[in-house]
Design a protein around this ligand. Structure first.
Ligand SMILES: Cc1cc2nc3c(=O)[nH]c(=O)nc-3n(C[C@H](O)[C@H](O)[C@H](O)COP(=O)(O)OP(=O)(O)OC[C@H]3O[C@@H](n4cnc5c(N)ncnc54)[C@H](O)[C@@H]3O)c2cc1C
Length: 294
């Protein structure tokens, strides 16, 4: 099997998934494949579908709750889909490029509109799945189009106007597609002001978020005109623990793996938070992280 998969890119066998997600949880995966280019990736998906083999696309694993069970299929990472071309205020970018690298690269050429997402972990492809946002901006603001491998195995370019998206949501969350590349609109601005903004953003995150711990960012999206962190804190849930998972004392909308947490610990803690916030405020918190099932 390994030999066959090697036709499509770099292959690792029996990988420990704990090293591939920011919660540091999960079992083992039978294979990890990193296709060398888009054509490799397209052929790999075609082959896996033909053979009825399970696969899962993983970016930096900073928005997923991976299962404790081993995965007998293929984890696909787009590390080698890392090309960026800038032309006439447009960026043509492959899905595997890390978002913060992209933001820094644009800034080095004087384009400042993407500094808001500087500091968000993960790849451009994943950011387009979840419509990443922070500091009053979201990634879809500057998107022109996305190229995907669709459910039928065809490559399709979709203009932003034809994509359904909203706060931390896009139709790609529900579709079995692969994001291959995208085009963004770039805007020039003052580099020194942008650099100052990045410093402020870093300071804000250092002050308000449990950086340096094992977490996957905000657990819940903010309800309209409200703050999930504030609701969870006021429900008295800071420091609530299940097994190795605990609600951060620094920011209540973060769950931390501080002692060999299992996926099931995190999921149980999520259920407790949802239940207690519902009982206290009659508000249904909506999960922003993705519970993955093999
Ligand atoms: C400390 C910290 C701070 C964070 N701050 C923010 C923030 O400010 N704003 C914010 O919005 N988020 C934030 N996040 C959450 C997270 O970084 C983002 O959701 C990010 O976009 C996830 O990227 P990833 O590559 O890690 O995705 P992963 O967790 O690896 O995957 C996310 C989803 O995308 C799918 N996917 C991956 N690649 C593809 C592809 N090529 N085609 C189709 N589907 C694909 C996966 O299957 C999965 O369903 C933060 C997380 C952390 C840990």
């Amino acid at each position: 099997m390994k030999k066959i998969l090697e036709k499509y890119g770099e292959v690792k066998e029996n990988i420990d998934l704990k090293k591939y997600n920011t919660y540091g949880i999960g079992g083992k995966a039978r294979f990890l494949v990193k296709p060398l280019d888009i054509s490799n990736l397209v052929s790999l998906i075609k082959y896996l579908k033909q053979e009825n083999m399970a696969y899962f696309l993983l970016g930096s694993g900073s928005n997923v709750i991976l299962p404790d069970e081993d995965f007998l299929g293929v984890i696909i990472r787009l590390d080698n889909l890392n090309k960026i071309v800038i032309q006439d205020d447009l960026a043509f970018i492959e899905g595997g490029v890390p978002l913060t690298f992209f933001s820094n690269y644009c800034l080095s050429l004087g384009y400042t509109n993407l500094v808001f997402c500087n500091g968000v972990p993960g790849t451009v492809a994943s950011a387009l799945v979840g419509n990443v946002g922070c500091f009053k901006h979201e990634i879809y603001e500057y998107l022109v189009d996305v190229t995907i491998l669709n459910e039928k195995g065809n490559i399709e370019k979709i203009a932003k106007e034809n994509i359904q998206y909203s706060y931390r949501y896009t139709e790609f969350k529900k579709r079995n597609i692969v994001i291959l590349k995208a085009t963004f609109k770039l805007e020039k601005g003052s580099v020194s002001i942008a650099e100052e903004k990045i410093k402020e953003q870093i300071l804000f995150r250092q002050k308000n978020q449990p950086l340096g711990t094992k977490n996957a960012g905000s657990v819940f999206g903010n309800p309209l005109n409200n703050s999930a962190g504030k609701l969870i804190e006021e429900a008295g849930l800071k420091n609530r623990r299940v097994g190795g998972a605990v609600v951060s004392t620094k920011h209540a909308n973060f769950i931390i793996n501080d002692n060999n947490a299992k996926s099931s610990d995190i999921i149980s803690l999520i259920e407790i938070i949802k239940k207690e916030v519902k009982e206290k405020y009659n508000i249904d918190l909506k999960l922003e992280q993705q519970i993955v099932k093999w």
